[in-house]
Structure formats: structure tokens, C-alpha cells
Design a protein around this ligand. Structure first.
Ligand SMILES: *[C@@H]1O[C@H](CO)[C@@H](O)[C@H](O)[C@H]1NC(C)=O
Ligand SMILES: *[C@@H]1O[C@H](CO)[C@@H](O)[C@H](O)[C@H]1NC(C)=O
Ligand SMILES: *[C@@H]1O[C@H](CO)[C@@H](O)[C@H](O)[C@H]1NC(C)=O
Ligand SMILES: *[C@@H]1O[C@H](CO)[C@@H](O)[C@H](O)[C@H]1NC(C)=O
Length: 506
């Protein structure tokens, strides 16, 4: 059943190509369609399968629409195009990836040679990129599948794309009224439903799905846990989050200025139905407007323009609040951060020399709605002492600019460490959880164990890969890996202590 043993035809735009039966060409059936993949090392890969109708034309800015039925032949030998991107990772000025609004695709990588009745655990990867950029092609799951075979705990790797920036996270009252907020998150949920429906055809077990991601991908995994009143609807049985937890979102109407900005830039300002006008706008014009909004590695950095927001439907409250109210899927989960989460993001803030500059920055961006007293309190909790900031335990080294270590500590805690601890606290004693803090790559100048280093670690493969695979198989993780809920309570003490002993100064 896995291979076509007779001749089959591939119909493509260039005509009809006849292929002889080739045992190296894997093929599966998806409703009435044949999906033709490819063999890589000891794996079979089905790439770029559309899991929803293209969100283009009249489907722009509407929730994803599933296929009723698949027909014909799906050429699944290459990754699909990226969703329209805004900005990109720092220090990577290569050409932007080819992109298209028609980008809702799924990739499946599995061990070669599965029997048709095999049902393996499935890892579903949610890529990162601040909800602004990113694509599945950047993270090749092949080493993970190969490692799982070596461990004799074979797994299937799946990854999906979702709409990004304005295309996936349009804010504003018009969006709320139309019920089309958080489309990128809805794409992800649809992808999980697709997996329930179809993964058995690939040899996967729909009852053994683990959702897993990094950065915005991990924040998305957290959203999957807390949306829908915490009802998982059987879509997954475990979660694995790397550098991302339930994140403060704010009301969708707070993003109104960004919606209005798009209207002005696309000539939709005076339209009777502005959302319709945006739907009809040429892609180039919309894309050029989005391109003028702040990216992740700009001065705004973590104060994102386009991001999940409370829309009253997909997110009925601020994500950190939902687990506190019990709205969280009771599945076992792993959540980890790197030690120096904030360093990468605050690189563009080199003009923050004095406490007053930092205060002004916080009041403008990170803590715009906080009272002055609260901002002052935060500043006193994060003293102007470079030995206490990240990269932690590096004493007076790595001071990129005077307020660098201080703002990096604040950014890392606001966006990563504090939400992670809140999730652990609010679920403690109610479900199994494990936490980790990665201090690897600590010697990287300026940034230390910076955000994203753990992607390289888990895809390497490495010991972290093995933890993931064990989690997928629900094999108890090593005792030492278990969260004791006290991992970081004494960091400032231990960091200054380490600094004193290694530098001999105080
Ligand atoms: C399938 O897609 C790949 C990559 O885009 C392409 O090189 C190949 O020619 C396609 N095959 C057919 C039969 O269309
Ligand atoms: C996006 O903006 C950057 C500079 O901010 C510019 O270099 C690039 O050409 C723009 N791309 C598009 C598609 O407008
Ligand atoms: C900040 O300090 C740098 C040198 O450390 C100096 O060149 C720059 O002018 C200062 N900026 C402000 C706004 O004070
Ligand atoms: C982190 O450290 C490992 C091992 O030293 C190295 O192979 C890897 O390239 C480093 N990663 C980054 C992002 O610097």
C-alpha cells in the first residue's frame, strides 16, 4: 500500500509525465488524492501539502477553510512557499525567501519502511519568528526522525505554516466585529485538526500527538493549551515549549492604529467597508504597507504590532490569566527557556545610557500602560549593576552599552521567564510538568546563551532531542529533569556570588 507497484502518472502544468514504478518514491492516499513524496536518507518526506484552501482572494482575512476532499496527484517533494514575511532573523541579511499568500502547507517526515498498520507518535512543530516571519523550511526534522529510529522509539515529524504579521494577526474593532482575529492561531488549530483526520494515512497515531515549538511557536503551543476553555478536543496529548509561554496579549482594539495605518497606505481610508477594501487590495500594495511597520529587531522589538490579541473568540482573556482560571489543557508538558533570553532583542537600544533613558524607553514601549510608580519599582528591582544582568554570571564582561544588561534582564523576564514561571505555578500539582534552563553557548560574546540557541540544540540532535522523543513516547523523563519549582529563585544571589569568586572583586 505504501508504494505504487504499477505505473502512475503525475499531472503537472507542463503536461503529463510518466514515471516508472520506483520503490524509492513514497506515495500515500489522502482522500481521493495520491500524495507523492521523496526519500531522504532513511526517511520518507511529504512536503508542502496544503492543509487548507489558499487564504487568497475572498479568503484573505477570513478563518482557514478546510478541503472537502483531495483529488488528483499532490506533488509533495518540496517545501511550500513562505507566508508573507515582515523582517527576518538578525545577522541573516540573505535574500528574503520566496513568499505567497497561498502558504498554508504541512510537511510530514517519517521513518522509511513503515507497515501500513503502524501508528507512531507525532511531533508537530510550530516555528518561531515573532508572529512576523519564519517558515517550516528553516527547520529540517530529518535528524530528529533518524535519531528516534536509532533510539528504537520511532516518531513522525510534522510542521505547518500559518499566516503571519498583518495577514495573520490583523487587529482593530472591525476585525473583532467580523470575528476574524488571530487567524494565524486559527490556521494552527486547523492544521491540528488536519492531523487528526489524516495522520494515520502516514503511519501516525492521532491519539499520540505532541505539540512543540520555539519562541512564537512555543507561545502558540501555549495558546493551544489555554484556548477553548482549556479543552484540547483530543488534538494533542502533550506539549513541549522552548522559549515561549502564555504571553500578555491586550485587547484587539489596542491594535487599531496598525489597522488604520494599513487603511491609509492602501487607499481604503474612506471605504464604506474597510475590511472588504483591504481584502480587495492588491497584494503588492498591502505588502508594501505592512513592510513599513516595525519588525522584531527594531526599536519596538518585543512590543509587537502584529501578534495574538484578545478577540473574544479564540482568546477570551489575556493568555497569562487563562491558566490561573483553570482554562488550560491538562496534558503533561515541558517548558524551557535559555538563560539569556533578552540579550538578542535589545541590541538596537544602544542609546540607553542612563536610568532616565531606560525609564523613558520602558514607558514608551514595554510598559506603556504602567503607572510611573510601577516603572520605578521595576527599575529598583533591576538595579543599575552590570554584574547582575545577562549574559548572567559574566561579571563586568559583555556590556554592549551602559543600560544593556539591565534592559536585557527586564526584556527576558517580561517576555519569557516570568510567563514560564506563571504557567508552571498555575498548573503545579494539577498535571505533570518539567522545566529547563539552557546555559549552553554561554561563551558567545555579548549575547551569551541567547534566544534561539536551543533550536540548534534540539535539531542537532542532542540530549534535548532525546528528551523530546521520550516525551512523545510518554516515557518518564529523567528525575533530574523534573521541575522543582525553585530553579531560579536565587539567581541574583548566585550570579553575584559567582562573579565575586571568579573576579575577586565585589
Ligand atoms: C514536483 O515538484 C518539484 C519541486 O517543485 C519539481 O522539481 C518537480 O518537477 C515536480 N514534479 C512534477 C511531476 O511535477
Ligand atoms: C521592505 O522594507 C525594506 C526597508 O525597510 C526595503 O529594503 C525592502 O525593499 C522593502 N520590501 C518591500 C517588498 O517593500
Ligand atoms: C551615550 O554614550 C555614548 C558613549 O558611551 C555617547 O557617545 C553618546 O553620545 C551617549 N548618548 C546620549 C544620548 O547621551
Ligand atoms: C552553540 O554551541 C555549539 C557547541 O559548542 C555550537 O556547535 C553551536 O554552533 C553554537 N550555536 C550558536 C547558535 O552559536
Amino acid at each position: 500500500m505504501r508504494f505504487s507497484t504499477t505505473f502512475f502518472l503525475l499531472v503537472c502544468s507542463g503536461g503529463v509525465i510518466a514515471l516508472t514504478s520506483d520503490l524509492r518514491i513514497p506515495q500515500i492516499h489522502l482522500s481521493h488524492a495520491s500524495v507523492v513524496g521523496k526519500t531522504v536518507s532513511n526517511t520518507e518526506q511529504f512536503l508542502g501539502i496544503p492543509f487548507a484552501l489558499p487564504p487568497t482572494g475572498r479568503r484573505r482575512f477570513v478563518p482557514p477553510v478546510p478541503y472537502d476532499v483531495y483529488t488528483g496527484v499532490i506533488n509533495a517533494t518540496a517545501y511550500g512557499l513562505a507566508c508573507p514575511q515582515l523582517g527576518g532573523p538578525p545577522g541573516n541579511p540573505g535574500p528574503p525567501p520566496a513568499e505567497s499568500e497561498d502558504c498554508l502547507t504541512m510537511n510530514i517526515i517519517r521513518p522509511a519502511g513503515l507497515k501500513s498498520y503502524t501508528r507512531l507518535p507525532v511531533a508537530v512543530w510550530f516555528h518561531g519568528g515573532g508572529f512576523l516571519f519564519g517558515r517550516t523550511e528553516s527547520n529540517d526534522g530529518t535528524p530528529i526522525v533518524i535519531r528516534s529510529m536509532e533510539l528504537n522509539m520511532p516518531v513522525i515529524y510534522a510542521s505547518m505554516q500559518y499566516r503571519l504579521n498583518a495577514f495573520g494577526f490583523l487587529p482593530g474593532k472591525e476585525v473583532e466585529a467580523a470575528g476574524v482575529g488571530n487567524l494565524g492561531l486559527r490556521d494552527q488549530r486547523m492544521a491540528l485538526k488536519w492531523i487528526q483526520q489524516h495522520i494515520a494515512s502516514f503511519g501516525g497515531d492521532p491519539y499520540k500527538v505532541t505539540i512543540w515549538g520555539e519562541s512564537a511557536g512555543a507561545m502558540s503551543v501555549a495558546v493551544e493549551m489555554i484556548t477553548n476553555g482549556g479543552h484540547t478536543d483530543g488534538l494533542f496529548r502533550a506539549a513541549f515549549m522552548q522559549s515561549g509561554s502564555p504571553q500578555g496579549a491586550g485587547d484587539i482594539e489596542l491594535g487599531q492604529p496598525y489597522y488604520d495605518f494599513l487603511l491609509r497606505k492602501t487607499g481604503c481610508e474612506d471605504a464604506e467597508y474597510t475590511l472588504e477594501c483591504l481584502r480587495d487590495a492588491p497584494f503588492e500594495s498591502l505588502k508594501a504597507a505592512v513592510n513599513q511597520t516595525a519588525g522584531l529587531f527594531s526599536r519596538h522589538n518585543l512590543a509587537l504590532a502584529w501578534k495574538p490579541r484578545v478577540d473574544g473568540e479564540f482568546l477570551v482573556d489575556d493568555p497569562p490569566q487563562l491558566p490561573l482560571r483553570g482554562s488550560v489543557g491538562r496534558v503533561p508538558f515541558v517548558t524551557g527557556d535559555v538563560d539569556d533570553e533578552g540579550t538578542l532583542f535589545v541590541q538596537p537600544l544602544g542609546d540607553l545610557n542612563m536610568t532616565a533613558d531606560l525609564k523613558n524607553y520602558l514607558q514608551t514601549f514595554y510598559l506603556a500602560s504602567a503607572h510611573e510608580k510601577e516603572v520605578d519599582e521595576i527599575l529598583s528591582l533591576y538595579p543599575d549593576d552590570v554584574t547582575q544582568g545577562p549574559p548572567f554570571n559574566t561579571c563586568t564582561a559583555n556590556v554592549a552599552y551602559p543600560q544593556y544588561k539591565r534592559v536585557a534582564a527586564i526584556a527576558g523576564d517580561i517576555a519569557f521567564q516570568a510567563p514560564r514561571r506563571l504557567l508552571l505555578d498555575s498548573t503545579f500539582g494539577k498535571q505533570d510538568s518539567w522545566a529547563f534552563l539552557s546555559k549552553r553557548n554561554k561563551t558567545t560574546p555579548i549575547v551569551g546563551s541567547f534566544h534561539t540557541t536551543d533550536i540548534g540544540i534540539i535539531y542537532a540532535p542532542s540530549d534535548l532531542t532525546d528528551y523530546l522523543i521520550r516525551h512523545l513516547w510518554k516515557i518518564p523523563l529523567l528525575g533530574s529533569f523534573r521541575s522543582k519549582q525553585s530553579t531560579r529563585s536565587s539567581r541574583s544571589k548566585s550570579s553575584s556570588g559567582a562573579c565575586q569568586s571568579s573576579s575577586g572583586t565585589s
